[in-house]
Design a protein around this ligand. Structure first.
Ligand SMILES: Nc1ncnc2c1ncn2[C@@H]1O[C@H](COP(=O)(O)OP(=O)(O)OP(=O)(O)O)[C@@H](O)[C@H]1O
Ligand SMILES: [Mg+2]
Length: 261
């Protein structure tokens, strides 16, 4: 029942790179979902270097939904391995395959969101790259099911101005759910800092991701590791982000289930 949704207003601040990085550094078993409604195959062609999606992903899940098959039993059959890891399962659910297929999904989101929540019973947390918020906002069924909705923004005036346009509606949708809304800042201090941004938006800045184009290209494009990648400030900031977000969602899960903290 730990479902984290990442999205942004505009300007490609790094939602996909951050989602991939967070999933690779997540402290529990995890499923990364490409839920971008403007499909670009960003993970298959990027981090996974043109891997064959083998017909798996959201389009096939929409078919299963039409045929009345319970998505809860289907979801894991439609995944690929995101990365080999001796200690954790890190899976990937590919996204939409054609512009416009996301529109056909409007009746599927509720069922999918519930199934993703319930992956908790199989030991998985779920990280969704929801892409841009867009004119219609994020799918409300996905937002209502989320334990945390993360809006990524850069600290530039341009990025913050766009974020301001899209936040109010998202904040309203999130307020109707039990989830929480927060910001992740990519590249702090260019020029604005986390504290002033949090004050301006009246939202917590949950984490700050370092601005490092060469390191980020590893997760966004499957580029070769730059020197000392594992020890870089970028990877450290993503590990911190993964840990912070997983703490937030597990606390929210405990509150819902009444489990002791
Ligand atoms: N923390 C970062 N520091 C520097 N560059 C970054 C960072 N994160 C992502 N990038 C770079 O920015 C570009 C866009 O990244 P990415 O595809 O992750 O953004 P996005 O928000 O998912 O974009 P889109 O809206 O197209 O889906 C890529 O070249 C990526 O390597
Ligand atoms: Mg993206």
């Amino acid at each position: 029942m730990a479902l984290v949704v990442l999205a942004a207003a505009a300007g490609a601040p790094g939602v996909t790179a951050t989602s991939v990085g967070v999933a690779l550094l997540w402290p529990r078993d995890v499923l990364l979902v490409d839920g971008d409604r403007d499909p670009s195959q960003a993970v298959l062609a990027g981090f996974l270097q043109g891997a064959d999606g083998r017909g798996r992903g959201l389009v096939e899940l929409a078919r299963a939904h039409r045929e009345g098959r319970p998505l809860e039993q289907e979801v894991l059959h439609h995944t690929l391995e995101l990365a080999g890891d001796q200690h954790r399962r890190r899976l990937f659910l590919p996204g939409f395959t054609h512009p416009g297929t996301a529109r056909l999904f409007s009746r599927v989101w509720a069922d999918l969101a519930r199934s993703l929540q319930n992956l908790d019973t199989a030991g998985f947390d779920v990280v969704v790259d929801a892409g841009r918020i867009g004119a219609e906002g994020l799918p409300p069924e996905l937002v209502s099911a989320a334990d945390a909705v993360v809006v990524l923004t850069r600290s530039t005036l341009r990025s913050l101005a766009a974020t301001r346009l899209y936040l109010p509606e998202l904040a309203e949708t999130t307020a109707l759910s039990r989830g929480q809304l927060g910001l992740v800042l990519v590249g702090e201090g260019r020029p604005y800092g986390a504290r002033e941004i949090a004050q301006q938006f009246r939202l917590p800045v949950w984490s700050v991701v370092e601005d490092d184009p060469a390191a980020a290209a590893v997760f966004s494009d499957g580029a070769a590791h730059p020197r000392r990648f594992g020890q870089s400030g970028y990877v450290r900031s993503l590990r911190q982000t993964a840990e912070t977000l997983s703490g937030i969602v597990s606390r929210s899960r405990d509150l819902v289930t009444g489990a002791p903290r």
